[in-house]
Design a protein around this ligand. Structure first.
Ligand code: NAD
Length: 400
């Protein structure tokens, strides 16, 4: 009997899959279980909260009673080194062995800075869609430049997702943060260490987020919509935590860390252009997420994401966020010095065109990707003399 399928549709590409065990407690009202969940981790608790989460942190502190031995009620984006050190000192002095953090990626980031230095377990209660609560990635800003790394000790052991904590997230920030989550899932789809499971999670995350963001933006208090969005963010954070990100995250990291642009908005403005840039080099890998996002195919995905951001009031222009066109050369220098993996080889000219479009907020053409220079999952950077010159310039600036 002849098969109805071609060989390529039946084949399963080789993969390695490893998923760490993070305990996830999800549902409206789950904030009332934070003290019990912290009890499973044991010991005294240091409580970190973003400024907008102080009232919720008060509730958690009341649950914890005398087990709460210290509090930090303000966090700063991108974890400045000095603030990280203060948090480490406070935790050490308090004797806490568990850090509970409530807030967006900035609150989680500060807890991770503590876990990098001290033997503490993190319990995260995220209130945005950033996804840091599922990852072993830490970041900190030293002398104006953001450095990041991966370390299993900083990955939260327990995550409590309570959608009621997200209903106050303003509509524009909800949309931008949702685009941030979608960016994790997009880059997971073409990551060199993707697996069939991460591919499913990425497509599910994008399907959930792209369908629900319009509802969240129209009705921020719609709890079922908030539940669906947080569910998508959980899945996107999960794939962010177990795969290797490419050009998009490298660009967002450089621009956000060096130019102090808002993290989620930067992702939103960049994503359509990186997707358009990579589409032709990752057609197979992007086909599932393109379908999930409602795009005709990978070549139309960049434009579809631009339209999604525009329709929901998420940023589409880096200039609108404060990045001047004159910064493009500096960004390129910093992006090209670091090795990273990307479906399509990256050179200065391609990057300049991509960044000009992202700065101006131009809608990507459908089918803008081209097959030239395709280097699937290869090392991204070419043009070694330019890379060396960029490294020299970057080193001079950092030491200045
Ligand atoms: P954020 O945590 O800085 O929050 C943005 C703003 O939203 C803040 O003013 C905050 O007070 C407010 N906010 C948060 N939740 C709210 C709520 N429910 N209601 C009302 N206001 C609320 O922003 P973010 O985008 O969540 O995180 C950005 C930071 O996280 C960056 O430093 C980024 O590098 C980092 N990050 C790290 C990872 C990782 O894996 N390490 C992943 C994603 C982001």
């Amino acid at each position: 009997m002849r098969s109805a399928f071609g060989a390529s549709e039946l084949a399963v590409a080789p993969f390695v899959h490893e998923m760490p065990g993070v305990r996830v407690v999800f549902g409206a009202g789950r904030i009332d279980q934070v003290a019990a969940e912290a009890g499973r981790l044991g010991g005294a608790v240091l409580l970190i909260a973003g400024r907008r989460q102080v009232r919720d942190a008060d509730r958690v502190a009341a649950q914890l009673g005398r087990r709460c031995v210290g509090r930090i009620n303000e966090v700063t984006e991108h974890v400045p080194a000095q603030i990280a050190q203060q948090a480490v000192d406070l935790t050490r002095d308090s004797g806490a062995t568990t850090v509970v953090c409530l807030g967006g990626g900035s609150a989680v980031g500060l807890a991770k800075a503590v876990a990098l230095e001290l033997d503490v377990a993190i319990l995260a209660v995220p209130t945005t869609y950033a996804g840091s609560e599922q990852t072993p990635i830490w970041g900190r800003t030293v002398a104006g430049r953001k450095i990041t790394g991966r370390d299993g000790r900083v990955r939260p052991r327990t995550v409590v997702y309570d959608p009621t904590l997200t209903v106050d997230l303003p509509a524009e920030l909800s949309a931008a943060s949702g685009m941030n989550a979608i960016a994790h899932a997009i880059e997971a789809a073409y990551a060199p260490d993707a697996s069939p499971i991460t591919a499913l999670l990425a497509a599910e995350a994008i399907g959930a987020l792209s369908a629900v963001l319009p509802v969240v933006v129209r009705e921020p208090g719609n709890l079922p919509a908030r539940e669906r969005a947080l569910y998508g963010a959980w899945l996107a954070g999960t794939v962010l935590g177990v795969t290797t990100m490419g050009l998009h995250h490298r660009l967002a990291h450089v621009i956000g860390g060096s130019y102090r642009l808002p993290h989620a908005g930067t992702h939103s403005a960049l994503l359509p252009h990186v997707v358009a840039f990579n589409a032709a080099a990752a057609r197979t890998e992007l086909s599932g997420v393109a379908r999930a996002a409602g795009a005709a195919g990978p070549d139309g995905l960049g434009a579809a994401l631009f339209d999604l951001a525009t329709a929901n009031g998420a940023p589409t222009s880096l200039a609108g966020l404060g990045l001047p066109a004159t910064a493009i050369d500096d960004v390129i220098d910093h992006v090209l010095v670091a090795g990273f993996v990307n479906p399509r080889a990256v050179d200065a000219a391609g990057l300049a065109a991509l960044l000009r479009d992202a700065v101006d907020g131009r809608r990507p053409d459908v089918g803008a990707g081209d097959d030239g220079g395709v280097d699937v999952a290869g090392d991204a950077t070419v043009d070694p003399p330019r890379v060396q010159a960029a490294a020299d310039r970057a080193a001079r600036r950092v030491s200045a």
